[in-house]
Ligand binder design. Sequence first.
Ligand code: PMP
Length: 454
Amino acid sequence: DRNQNFLRENNARYQFHPMIHPMLSQAHPPQIIVAGDGCRVTDIDGKTYIDGVGGLWNVNVGHNRPEVKQAIIAQMDQISYYSSFAGTATPPSIELSALVCGMADVEEADKIVFSANGSDAVETALKLARQYWRLAGEPGRYKFISLKNGYHGVHFGGVSVNGSPYYRGAYEPLLPGCTQIDTPWTYRNPYSQDPEELAQIIADLLDREIRHQGPQTVAAFIAEPVQGAGGVIVPPASFWPKLREVCDRYGVLLIADEVVTGFGRSGSMFGARGWGVKPDIMCLAKGISAGYVPLGATVLNRRVVSAWYQGITPEGFLMHGYTATGHPLACAAALAALDIVIREDLPGNAARQGTRLIEKLKPLADSSSIVGEVRGKGLMIGLDLVADKVSRASLDPSNGIAERVAAYARDEGAIVRPAGSTIILSPPLVINEAECDILASALTAAFARIEREL
Ligand code: PMP
């Protein structure tokens, strides 16, 4: 019909899509998704798929949950928006601030700053870390250290601490004083194949980097508990406890970017909790509102917040906040989404289904000549595509094989995400065994087809 023709003709005409060259998106227009239900989505041609990417790591509770819809409508019946800048607040933001501070894993969670995206949550964390040191009487602490392969969003602060030069190149010069150390990546590193030895080596690298920069100049270290966009890289179990020790040795703040891992995705309520560690600052987004409405949040612990309570000075005002800070519809949606996460124990389901799905996919590392490793934690799963299994050299992303795997999986009824030389799976956390099996067989068939063509 007319509207469908309009959508097809204008798809990829005006939108400059994130992280894809406009000439490529015009040649291969995006698939138009028109409806969703639980772990399934339907495209404009009426074909239904298992959603293997869960939006973008975020639709934890599944698509079109009536509880979330009702919460948004009920709030719209009251008031859709009011600002947090006029000495005013709305009930959902107050309720959500108490709920998230009660759940969060920072030591004595004390304050939360709401925003609209993960990138905002990271920007807030970096700015507040600097402001903390200023208030604490050490304004010389302005530097940030992070991990190569890390991903922290698209604002200038986040881009400055992002690991891959790929995200930075076109936007330099960036924040001064940002450096990266190697990722504790068991599959690819020049140091050790032994996970615990590797964890110690990377912790020592951080210690060395802090001393090299001068501890009195370093504000914070930021990392994801499990790296997502960098290719689903799970650190050795002892790495985060060692990170905490090194940061404490020099008073450096530890920021956990839990934008992906927060609220169950890696099989525990928070990723840092999975490693038994409490960061000083947590960045949250995505799963907090399950993608229904954009929402970001940054949680600060008592140590950080105490710097603001030595008296009222001009430097202590939070000169940071967004029009959308505390947006009532977003906070109402988040309250309903988190209620589902807790009530249905979605972290537990993510752990169980994730383990099962990884077991089902592991045989691909033998049957396919291009799958080097199947890895993951909870429902963060990556299939590492290699040019050569012995050297573990990555498949050249520009040859488009990951995109072909994804296209073939789509033919088999599953949407998966090609990201460089990794195929990423991050389905809704409500996924059941039957749906995991469909996902696994779609991928198995897609790799078999690639194998015949290679
Ligand atoms: N941090 C991490 C760990 C992320 O994975 C992302 C987005 N994938 C961000 C920050 C940025 O979030 P957003 O896209 O909502 O700005």
